[in-house]
Design a protein around this ligand. Structure first.
Ligand code: NAD
Length: 486
């Protein structure tokens, strides 16, 4: 069994009061690691270490020197690729191909991309006229914001955590990360990487633990944290926003979604079925950008429902490294119970269960895992609970529609605004519909195709702010204006 400690000021530490909690395998239910739980004193130590590093060696590096170090971080992640894949598989229980092709490569890319962004950022300058005719030169400096608190979720742990740590460090900040209590392993491994490549002590710190009255709350409430970037549930965001209000700290929030997939009758049928299948069931539906509401134009509705059902019934459940496995468990028993409660609610509210709706039969060795069937419903009204609330499980409701205008209204009929997928071969329609959906990103004939230079975030209750490419600079830096009288 592994022992994972907090990573503070370049050292792995068990914590002042030595409290620990268990990490349980989503696949088998066995305890696989013992994790140090950071108390208030540990979080305080981590934040102070981050502050000291900011004012010390790290703060003295030029952007070019930082960029070189971040390239080395990315290279070392690639060098230790198998360790990261293994740790992330143990934490999430998801099939190895997801770790190999998405989660871990994106983690390394998060350091390289933002190193490149920072290398190429211009600053603005203005020649200003003055009464004496001599003029003044105004120019802006970009400076780091300070100590950034990074609060991460469990669904794509390494990818989502480095998506914040990469740009924060590229901009010259220091960080204290609070990974999800469900998935602490890769954040700890990254500490080893930081030491190996010579990132100064205190630049990257990790405090483990839970949210309220634990490491998460202690971090967001700490007065020396200058800004908080959070990915997780909308309700948690509300609590963090209250904490950030004390000291008027800046926040960047990436939160929940109830995303629509729109399939027009003129779509490439097979591509649309594949795309909706992936967006509803990849990572066992635990993807913020996943599709839980599917709208299909009436002429192809029946055929579409049947095709998606056949694919959902063909998934191969199993442990990450088993041959042919393409479908893993949910993260925890608690989350499994939450998703199953929605499955029951759908039936109570009159859904037709096209497929799934329960727990699959599993072999003896995997009985302790959090297995769940991919589930499809039809026949619910637009205000049914499972059509309105984010479930974050492998399920979707499919409903027919008759016109472009109708489906735009349906897609926008939600308090969330994270993403949409539109499937059509009509280019004009694609542009028309995409422009009218109130979300942060609309994919046409694709899903999860990300370019890290583009703005990413949500509207309505799905988030505050945009990160990605130069947009990340707006959050991770301050601009300082200098005015020189000539
Ligand atoms: P969560 O909100 O329960 O937890 C996220 C993190 O916040 C964890 O580290 C948790 O310990 C911490 N936390 C909880 N309460 C806290 C508090 N009061 N103060 C400080 N920290 C606290 O979310 P989750 O269950 O880990 O993740 C699933 C959610 O994340 C879904 O809603 C999903 O849509 C969302 N998500 C959004 C995006 C996005 O980019 N928009 C990406 C991934 C996940």
């Amino acid at each position: 069994m592994r022992t994972v400690n907090n990573f503070i000021n370049g050292e792995f530490q068990p914590g002042v009061d030595q409290r620990r909690f268990d990490k349980v395998s989503p696949v088998s239910g066995e305890v696989i690691a013992s994790i140090a739980e950071a108390g208030k004193a540990d979080v305080d130590q981590a934040v102070r270490a981050a502050k000291t590093a900011l004012d010390g060696e790290w703060g003295l590096l030029s952007p070019e020197q930082r960029v070189e170090l971040l390239y080395e971080v990315a290279d070392e992640i690639t060098h230790r690729f198998e360790d990261f894949v293994e740790a992330e598989m143990a934490d999430t229980g998801q099939p190895s191909h997801v770790m190999r092709h998405v989660f871990i490569p994106r983690g390394a890319a998060n350091f390289k991309v933002f190193a490149d962004v920072i290398k190429n950022v211009p600053t603005e300058s203005f020649m200003t006229t003055t009464p004496d005719g001599a003029g003044a030169l105004n120019y802006a400096l970009r400076v780091p914001k300070g100590v950034i608190g990074v609060i991460s979720p469990w669904n794509a742990p390494f990818l989502l955590m480095t998506w914040k740590v990469g740009p924060a460090l590229a901009c010259g900040n220091t960080v204290v990360v609070k990974p999800s209590e469900e998935t602490p392993l890769t954040a700890a491994l990254l500490g080893e990487v930081m030491n190996k490549v010579g990132i100064p002590k205190g630049v990257y710190n990790v405090v483990n633990g839970f949210g309220p009255e634990s490491a998460g709350a202690y971090l967001t409430e700490h007065p020396m944290v200058d800004a908080i970037t959070f990915t997780g549930e909308t309700r948690t965001g509300t609590a963090i926003m209250k904490a950030a209000a004390e000291g008027t700290r800046d926040v960047s929030f990436e939160m929940g979604g109830k995303n629509a997939g729109i399939v027009f009758a003129d779509a490439d049928f097979d591509a649309a079925v594949d795309g909706i299948f992936r967006s509803a069931f990849l990572n066992s539906g635990q993807v913020c950008l996943g599709t839980e509401r599917v709208y299909v134009e009436r002429p192809i509705f029946e055929k579409f429902v049947l095709a998606l059902k056949q694919k959902a019934e063909a998934v191969n459940y199993g442990a990450p490294l088993e041959q042919g496995v393409n479908y893993g468990p949910l993260i925890s028993k608690e989350h499994q119970e939450k998703v199953l409660s929605y499955y029951r609610k759908a039936v109570e509210e009159g859904a037709t269960v096209v497929t799934g709706g329960g727990v699959p039969q599993m072999p003896e060795a995997l009985l302790g895992g959090n297995w769940i069937q991919p589930t499809i419903w039809t026949g619910l009204s637009d205000d049914a609970t499972v059509v309105r609330e984010e479930i974050f499980g492998p399920c979707c409701h499919i409903r027919p529609f008759d016109s472009e205008q109708e489906v735009i209204g349906l897609a926008n009929n939600t308090e969330y605004g994270l993403s949409t997928t539109v499937w059509t071969t009509n280019l004009s329609r694609a542009h028309r519909v995409a422009a009218k959906i109130d979300v942060g990103i609309t994919w046409v004939n694709s899903w999860f195709l990300r370019d890290l230079r583009t703005p990413f975030g949500g509207t309505k209750q799905s988030g505050i702010g945009r990160e990605g490419g130069v947009h990340s600079l707006e959050f991770y830096t301050e601009t300082r204006n200098i005015c020189i009288k000539l």
